[in-house]
Write a protein that binds this ligand. Structure first.
Ligand code: HEM
Length: 152
């Protein structure tokens, strides 16, 4: 990922400063664009969830160059998301809404270079999490078997 990490980091620092309610805005946009995700958070304390999202973003951004250490944690995080009812396509929904929210807050600072760097970082994180879900057995991944694979 190289120099793109610095771009993401600088951009996030500016965005977080400009919009303290970043996580709130992200969830509003997600629930508006994809109302079916609302049910997953039923019974969640949204204020706590917003803090968690912010902390998760900060933790990931701080360790982007430390991918070997980050990977096992992301695999586990992805595996846990299966039990939250998260399906693979939802990562695209979240990615689209997250990047849109970041772009809206960043305004003119959202240059093609910044957009590209964020996209690269999100795809790297989301793919690792989805791989973690796969390994945890969310998707049957034995290609050929004499026994039929259960869908659950
Ligand atoms: C970059 C991708 C993502 C990151 C970094 C992330 C991060 C987190 C973290 C740190 C937690 C706290 C619980 C834990 O550590 O297991 C969490 C919970 C959760 N996430 Fe994610 N998440 C991501 C993608 C998604 C997606 C695509 C969805 C689908 C809408 C989603 C829905 C949830 C739900 C429903 C919970 C549990 C809420 C609760 O306990 O009340 N997340 N996420």
């Amino acid at each position: 990922m190289g120099p793109a990490i610095e771009v993401v980091r600088r951009s996030f620092a500016r965005i977080a400063e400009r919009e303290p309610a970043l996580a709130r805005r992200f969830y509003d946009s997600l629930f508006t664009a994809y109302p079916q995700t609302r049910a997953l958070f039923e019974g969640s304390d949204m204020a706590r969830q917003e803090r968690m999202l912010r902390n998760a973003l900060v933790a990931i951004i701080e360790r982007l160059e430390d991918v070997p250490k980050l990977t096992p944690q992301l695999l586990e995080l992805g595996a846990r998301h299966v039990s939250y009812g998260v399906t693979p396509e939802m990562y695209d929904w979240v990615g689209a809404c997250l990047l849109r929210t970041l772009a809206d807050v960043a305004g003119e600072a959202w240059t093609p270079e910044v957009a590209e760097a964020w996209l690269e970082a999100y795809v790297a994180i989301a793919s690792t999490m989805k791989l973690g879900a796969l390994r945890a057995g969310a998707v049957p991944y034995r290609v050929s078997s004499s026994e039929p694979t259960s869908p659950h």
